[in-house]
Design a protein around this ligand. Structure first.
Ligand SMILES: C[S@@+](CC[C@H](N)C(=O)[O-])C[C@H]1O[C@@H](n2cnc3c(N)ncnc32)[C@H](O)[C@@H]1O
Length: 216
């Protein structure tokens, strides 16, 4: 459990969500067996809903892993394109296989490399950006993400409450202190940045949603 939501409530919410079948189910099982962190079911639903509300067609993801959330974005976007960044070659290989099985190879483009290097090299703008990579680096990625987001676009940042540690020192494990400190700085920054309107949601491992003001 996440330390973020009362386990009873979390279980109730999860049980309201229809279980995936086919490829997504297979990917969930692979992720569980191989300890690959993919979005939790309630976060996956949130991504789907926001993609549809936003009518997002150009989507950028930082942190592909095996391609699970990239496939969800693509399938929710009604013909949209997903660009996703991943530094690990083994993850990319697996993601490519799953994406091909989903028939989405022409809609999902994986860029191999470290996000800190890839993000500043990107051109164009995006309706939606999903930040789901190394938690200690979010602040490093933020300037590029704001720059790459269209006015009226949405930035979704995952794992921002990090097992509750970001909210309370009571939960902080000594070796995670730096990541927690960095994440608190990140959250202060997105909450106070005049270009963004942001809110924090206590679901999954904590999700921040930021809207880029049209006049930004
Ligand atoms: C939480 S997983 C992504 C899960 C995926 N978004 C999903 O829900 O299906 C994070 C991934 O980000 C990658 N990653 C972490 N830091 C990165 C960086 N600085 N640049 C590129 N990839 C990074 C990791 O290798 C890992 O595969």
């Amino acid at each position: 459990m996440s330390n973020i939501v009362n386990p009873l409530i979390e279980e109730y919410i999860r049980n309201t969500i229809c279980k995936n079948e086919g490829l997504l189910k297979e990917m969930e099982e692979y992720a569980l067996e191989n300890h690959v962190p993919i979005v939790q079911p309630e976060v996956s639903k949130l991504l789907e809903v926001i993609t549809k509300i936003q009518g997002a067609k150009d989507i950028l993801e930082v942190g592909t892993a095996i391609g699970y959330s990239a496939i969800i974005f693509c399938q929710s976007s009604d013909g949209g394109k997903v660009t996703t960044i991943e530094r690990r070659a083994d993850m990319i290989e697996k993601a490519q296989t799953y994406i091909a099985t989903a028939g989405l190879s022409s809609s999902i483009n994986i860029l191999q490399g470290s996000a800190e290097e890839v993000l500043p090299s990107l051109e164009g703008t995006y309706d939606l950006i999903f930040l789901d990579a190394a938690k200690g680096q979010y602040m490093e990625f933020l300037a590029s993400c704001i720059h790459l987001l269209k006015p009226g676009g949405v930035l979704i940042s995952d794992n921002v409450l990090y097992k509750g540690m970001v909210a309370s020192n009571e939960y902080v494990i000594r070796r995670k202190k730096t990541i927690v400190k960095r994440m608190r700085t990140y959250l202060d920054y997105i909450m106070e940045n005049p270009k963004l309107v942001s809110c924090l949601l206590p679901i999954g491992d904590g999700v921040a949603i930021s809207y880029k003001n049209k006049e930004a």
